[in-house]
Design a protein around this ligand. Structure first.
Ligand SMILES: *Cc1c(COP(=O)(O)O)cnc(C)c1O
Length: 222
């Protein structure tokens, strides 16, 4: 991406926000996914007023945000990529919300990290709605048990997140996620990306995670 692309970011953000406002009475929060983005793109979207960001990798998130936090105290940082348990403490220090809770061991490590750092964070459970073997997330019938484990460890779980299989329509997956969340009394629903944030909004997403539709195509898949 060249510098001349940056001015388009504010315009695309405004268009996406307007789309979202037209789709739902309570439009989802736009989470701008900044993985692989250069500093110029971050500065441009901050200047446009964006404050909620999603990152896939703990290390890259530090490079992007550790220093900028001081200038933007109202930032909200959300981890949307898989978390190795040995990075739990780093993740708890930086992120406000971790969307990818998916196994008991991670619950234990995050609880330890909260205790050590004195920081309480919020969590979403990632659900593998398509039950794809290679994908992170707990199977739909395992959500309740993981929720219990997380709460036993003192973690504040507020919602669910999913990434539907690429080759399937997203709607049924979002409907399933919403149904499980409703049954368990969880309020946050992180579902919908560049290709399907409109569908997410229609199915009751509270957060949509949008990268390429804001910033243009990434140089490589992260
Ligand atoms: C990269 C990523 C996104 C954003 O993807 P786009 O298709 O570029 O909008 C959303 N969610 C997760 C979990 C991602 O890894």
């Amino acid at each position: 991406m060249t510098d001349t692309d940056f001015p388009g970011i504010a315009k695309r953000r405004a268009e996406i926000l307007s789309d979202l406002a037209g789709l739902s009475e309570t439009p989802p929060t736009l989470v701008a996914v900044t993985k692989t983005q250069p500093d110029g793109a971050l500065e441009e979207i901050l200047a446009a007023g964006q404050r909620v960001f999603g990152e896939n990798r703990v290390q890259e998130a530090y490079a992007h945000w550790a220093d900028r936090r001081a200038d933007y105290p109202d930032l909200e940082l959300r981890l949307i990529g898989p978390l190795q348990s040995n990075k739990s403490e780093d993740a708890v220090r930086l992120f406000d919300v971790i969307e990818t809770l998916d196994r008991p061991k991670l619950c234990r490590e995050l609880a330890k990290a909260e205790e050590k750092t004195g920081q309480k964070r919020q969590y979403l459970i990632q659900v593998n709605t398509g039950e794809e073997p290679q994908k992170a997330g707990v199977a739909p019938d395992g959500v309740e048990e993981l929720l219990r484990t997380a709460r036993d460890q003192g973690l504040e779980v507020v919602g669910l997140m999913c990434i539907p299989p690429v080759e399937e329509p997203a709607g049924p997956h979002f409907a399933l996620l919403a149904k499980i969340a409703h049954r368990l009394g969880l309020t946050q629903l992180s579902m919908g990306m560049s290709a399907d944030y409109d569908i997410g909004a229609r199915f009751g997403a509270t957060h949509v995670r949008v990268g390429s539709a804001l910033f243009g195509p990434r140089d490589y898949t992260a």
